[in-house]
Design a protein around this ligand. Structure first.
Ligand SMILES: Cc1cc2nc3c(=O)[nH]c(=O)nc-3n(C[C@H](O)[C@H](O)[C@H](O)COP(=O)(O)O)c2cc1C
Length: 248
């Protein structure tokens, strides 16, 4: 049953797809994507995630607006929002007439990890059907608004969206860090990054130059200091607290 070549090819040919054909994704495929999410590993079996498929165009438009008007959020044949979800544990605890602790930072991490594992399973399963997609962290630009649109209860938070459809582009793979920059042996070796980052800067600068026909020449490092030099999504802490995660 296991086909090593196909499985590794699926993982190692990843590229985000942001332009889709008009073709709809069949219900059979959608059901199978959810089946793949169901079988993701989950911390302590908590299954602390819920997927919301957004069909309603007005809701799509509202979420796209939150996500800096990313067009594919409005238009992709399938759009899923992955929500970290402890609300079902609240309902469960009421059945058992038990008190549960949900405020901890740990639950925020566990919820986000459970979401990520399920979402990547969905993306890989989708790609096995010839679909492509892109994850959408832009939903976190305004979590209160996304929660309002999707009627999310307390003890939940949206982590990411996922646009899926049949690819109408082939942008090419973005270079990743080479093996020595992601696998260390027995201890963390910071020195590897001195030269490694210089080489990677040249590689990614060339990549962007080719991909944008010369209009962009900044490499990964320059992009990162630009990204991280500005405050980002500062309402996240307030939103999480409002949702019952005091992060004690
Ligand atoms: C959690 C998460 C959120 C992301 N959010 C967005 C997004 O809002 N918009 C977008 O165009 N790409 C988004 N991406 C895609 C990344 O930009 C992309 O994976 C990265 O640049 C590497 O490119 P590649 O996926 O084509 O290899 C997101 C990826 C992840 C994992």
């Amino acid at each position: 049953m296991m086909n090593h070549e196909n499985t590794r090819a699926l993982m190692q040919t990843h590229q985000s797809i942001r332009k889709f054909k008009d073709t709809a994704v069949s219900e059979e495929i959608v059901t199978d994507l959810v089946e793949s999410a169901r079988w993701a590993p989950t911390s302590s079996h908590v299954q602390s995630y819920t997927i919301i498929r957004v069909n309603d165009q007005e809701k799509r438009d509202a979420i796209s607006e939150v996500a800096a008007n990313q067009k594919y959020v409005r238009e992709s044949p399938l759009f899923l929002v992955f929500v970290a979800d402890w609300h079902k544990h609240v309902i469960n605890s009421e059945k058992f007439n038990a008190d549960i602790q949900l405020e901890e930072t740990e639950n925020v991490l566990v919820g986000a990890v459970d979401v990520a594992l399920a979402a990547e399973n969905v993306l890989l399963a989708a790609r096995s059907y010839g679909l492509g997609g892109v994850m959408i962290g832009g939903v976190r630009n305004d979590l209160h608004r996304v929660a309002e649109v999707l009627e999310l209860p307390k003890h939940t938070f949206p982590v990411m969206g996922l646009c899926l459809g049949y690819p109408d582009q082939d942008p090419g793979q973005k270079p990743r860090f080479p093996k020595p920059m992601i696998l260390h042996e027995d201890r963390y070796e910071a020195s590897r990054y001195q030269e490694g980052l210089d080489d990677y800067e040249r590689e990614t600068s060339d990549y962007y130059e080719r991909r944008t026909k010369g209009s962009k020449t900044d490499g990964w490092g320059a992009n990162m200091v630009n990204l991280l030099g500005k405050p980002r999504r500062q309402q996240v802490t307030k939103f999480l607290k409002d949702q019952g995660f005091t992060m004690k």
